[in-house]
Design a protein around this ligand. Structure first.
Ligand code: UFG
Length: 336
């Protein structure tokens, strides 16, 4: 049995599908602070298999310990965490509490239950401002906001954990920009309020919920002046977790990028989304967003070398799938 923290969230629901489709049993744990249980009902509909859901907080060590024991969990995929960069600057302590302390409680529960295999959801944000591209795992780290620092500190804590007890098998996955949705259109990203991230905002413009997109900066040193990112289909990202899990056979800590290796500009995303949806995306070029970098994309070769994993879905596929999810669920899971 695999325990998934944050199992009802955007990435979590897609990882649940990957695990169930691979024949693994799943207990999804989520406190539902930024997710909806309906996602897991849909996961089960997609896979034709059931999973266990337990509503619990990773900060509640005893609850997690009981779940680990009750379901004879052998490995944990840890996705639960706060993830909004701007909010983390306004409320750093709640980010450190939830993300860093929450991970420490989870690890304590795992230690007590002798479960020592862990896949952790980190982020390319740990690299901070790139000094060279593409970003490989040896690039120096230097996150520029509290959210990024929580991910960086957790990575360090996990290294120390392994240093103190070399039975631990730990995979640290540094995500680039997850977008898209499962091709069924049943699960996808369901942001609360105004989306911070590009794809959910573009999708809401396409469907008419917002009148235009603000492109944050048109004067970057990039081919068309807009920011360049490594957008990765969430289904590819989810399969990366399965690859990590199935290759964590030896004790150790492996830190691996999950990206495509290709940078796409904001304008390319807008045009591709217009083509995929058949809807216009009105936009204005606005001031740069504080903290943004011009260009960020991965060297994803380590994941391929170690685990035979690489992404396969194109930007068109990402936009098509994101649009299907948006069309079928204009109010996310709240309509269900
Ligand atoms: N953008 C816009 N308008 C918007 C939203 C975004 O122009 O309304 C632009 C941004 O300026 C950037 C690009 O679209 O150039 C992507 O922005 P996102 O907010 O979607 O993603 P980021 O690359 O800023 O951040 C993402 C995650 C973070 C993570 C970071 C790591 O959202 O959690 O990648 O690199 F920390």
């Amino acid at each position: 049995m695999i325990l998934l923290t944050g199992g009802a969230g955007y990435v979590g629901s897609h990882v649940c599908v990957a695990l169930l489709d691979a024949g693994l049993d799943v207990v999804a744990v989520d406190n539902l602070s930024n997710s909806n249980k309906a996602s897991l009902e849909r996961v089960q509909a997609i896979c034709g298999r059931s999973l266990v859901f337990r509503q619990a907080d990773i900060c509640d060590e005893e609850a997690i310990y009981q779940i680990l024991r009750a379901y004879e969990v052998t490995a944990v995929i840890h996705l639960a965490g706060f993830k909004a960069v701007g909010e983390s600057t306004a409320q750093p302590m709640s980010y450190y509490e939830n993300n860093v302390v929450g991970t420490m409680r989870l690890v304590s529960a795992m230690t007590r239950a002798s479960v020592k295999t862990l896949v952790f959801s980190s982020s390319a944000t740990v690299y901070g401002r790139p000094t060279y591209l593409p970003l490989d795992e040896k690039h120096p780290v230097g996150p520029t906001n509290p959210y990024g620092r929580t991910k960086h500190f957790i990575e360090e804590i996990l290294m120390d954990l392994h240093g103190s007890d070399d039975e631990w098998r730990i995979g640290i996955l540094r995500y680039f920009n997850p977008v898209g949705a499962h091709e069924s259109g049943l699960i996808g990203e369901d942001p609360l309020g105004v989306p911070n991230n590009l794809l959910p905002f573009v999708a809401q413009v396409a469907i008419g919920k917002r009148d235009k997109l603000h492109i944050w900066g048109g004067d970057y040193d990039t081919p068309d002046g807009t920011g360049v990112r490594d957008f990765i289909h969430v289904v590819d990202l989810a399969s990366g977790h399965l690859s990590a899990l199935s290759h964590l056979k030896q004790p150790g800590v492996l830190t691996v990028n999950l990206g495509t290796g290709t940078g796409c500009s904001v304008l390319e995303v807008v045009r591709t989304f217009e083509a995929a949806s058949g809807r216009p995306i009105p936009y204005v070029i606005s001031e740069r967003r504080i903290g943004d970098v011009a260009t960020c994309f991965a060297d994803p070769s380590c994941a391929e070398r170690l685990w035979g994993w690489k992404s396969s879905r194109s930007l068109t596929q990402m936009c098509t799938d994101h649009w299907r999810w948006q069309m079928n669920n204009p109010n996310g899971y709240r309509g269900t």
